[in-house]
Design a protein around this ligand. Structure first.
Ligand code: UDP
Length: 182
């Protein structure tokens, strides 16, 4: 992790290469449709409102990002990051379907920073040949084997030690605690 103090813009930048998830539900697009070019969407970061999808005009009108030049720069970063990550994942047999990024202003030098984790929790990753999901959708859709899928991504990228001894924690059924009366 690289840690720098930053003020986060309250916008989630979603980059999509293949239609799935909320895009297909919202617009009735067939799941798995390959987009002709990467699609960038904006969500306003507000849990109470359920992070609603917003237009570029909302982002600018409500000053969630300082101005249009900043927003254009962030869009360019999103596309560049997408190019880089798509190539990286393709090289290890994984399709980068979509992902979410957040950006902020560095406290020290006021530069725009990519300020987010990038992991199978924030990306949709499908195996190239089997289309097996190797991301958080295994949890969302209750598909099981989430640890194995995340480890598979790390193993293919060469960032996990082969002998690594990580295993799923099994939680038992929660039980009420009996307090004995004195
Ligand atoms: N995403 C995320 N955090 C969020 C919302 C979306 O990491 O708060 C990621 C999600 O994992 C997926 C992409 O952004 O890789 C697009 O998500 P979508 O809007 O389709 O989300 P859904 O509503 O289908 O979960």
């Amino acid at each position: 992790q690289l840690i720098r103090l930053a003020t986060i813009y309250p916008v989630e930048f979603i980059v999509r290469n293949i239609a799935t998830g909320s895009l297909t539900k919202r617009l009735g697009i067939a799941d798995g449709t390959v987009l002709s070019k990467p699609l960038i969407e904006y969500s306003y970061k507000n849990d109470d409102l359920g992070d609603p999808l917003v237009a570029r005009e909302h982002v600018l009108e409500f000053n969630w990002v300082p101005d249009a030049a900043h927003l254009d720069l962030i869009n360019d970063y999103c596309l560049r990051i997408n190019d880089f990550m798509q190539g990286m994942f393709r090289g290890v047999g994984i399709k980068l379907v979509d992902f979410k990024l957040e950006f902020g202003k560095s406290y020290v030098d006021k530069q725009i920073l990519l300020a987010d984790e990038i992991s199978p929790d924030t990306c949709r990753l499908w195996d190239v040949s089997s289309e097996k999901k190797l991301d958080k959708d295994r949890f969302r859709k209750d598909l099981g084997n989430i640890m194995q899928a995340y480890q598979e991504v790390a193993r293919r990228l060469g960032i996990i030690h082969e002998e690594s001894n990580i295993s799923e924690v099994k939680f038992g059924k929660p039980r009420a605690v009996d307090f004995k009366k004195k």
